[in-house]
Ligand binder design. Structure first.
Ligand code: HEC
Length: 180
């Protein structure tokens, strides 16, 4: 009897450990501090609140992270725009200012694997790689674990971003690929 209780407690501990590691991974973003150029790990939840009254995170050297460098062109960007809203894209090239954990994963589908896809899907993949790698790596989408409804939401959200240059048809085709 006691053995069983101890075992259940053990199982619960392992489950909560796995859960917290998973949650951490999804909640982490990286920002390059504009004052010292060092990349910093920040909580995405904290970042979400910036602009709606939340405090700015601090960088590892104690600077206030109110400005970040664009990962692409290293331009300095304030994290709050003129209207007081949180800025997500670089003002110069539209790149995503935050680096997400999934950006570090594989950023393409290998030619061998691509060949096994239906011709239609291969075409959708080409479109996806043209359209979805402008502001962040393709890895961000390829390593995301979304289901089809979430993809619908995200493709729409990405299409609305300034500089995305996607038509309704493009969006539909890219969505079909991601769902696949
Ligand atoms: C014009 C710039 C731009 C383009 C083009 C763009 N994105 Fe994004 N994307 C962003 C920015 C900025 C973020 C970070 C803020 C956010 O989550 O909304 C982001 C975040 C994401 C995320 C992370 C969502 C999360 O919360 O974990 C995914 C997935 C994604 N984009 C997929 C796509 C796909 C698929 C396409 C092509 C249809 C695309 N993006 C095209 C700018 C862009």
């Amino acid at each position: 009897m006691t053995k069983r209780i101890v075992f259940s407690i053990f199982l619960a501990l392992v489950a909560s450990l796995i859960w917290s590691v998973r949650a951490q991974d999804e909640d982490v973003a990286y920002l390059i501090c504009a004052k010292d150029g060092v990349e910093n790990k920040v909580s995405r939840a904290l970042l979400e609140r910036v602009g709606s009254g939340g405090e700015f995170p601090n960088c590892s050297r104690g600077h206030k992270l109110d400005e970040a460098l664009c990962p692409k062109d290293k331009a300095r960007n304030r994290l709050i725009d003129e209207t007081g809203a949180r800025r997500e894209q670089c003002t110069k090239d539209g790149a995503s200012l935050v680096i997400l954990a999934q950006d570090r994963g594989p950023d393409r589908i290998s030619p061998e694997k691509l060949k096994t896809f239906a011709p239609e899907t291969q075409k959708q993949y080409q479109l996806f790689s043209q359209k979805c790698g402008k502001c962040h790596t393709l890895a961000r989408a390829l390593n995301a674990k979304f289901h089809s409804l979430e993809w619908q939401k995200y493709v729409k959200r990405m299409m609305r971003r300034p500089g995305s240059e996607m038509s309704e048809t493009d969006g539909r085709e890219v969505y079909r690929f991601l769902k696949f």
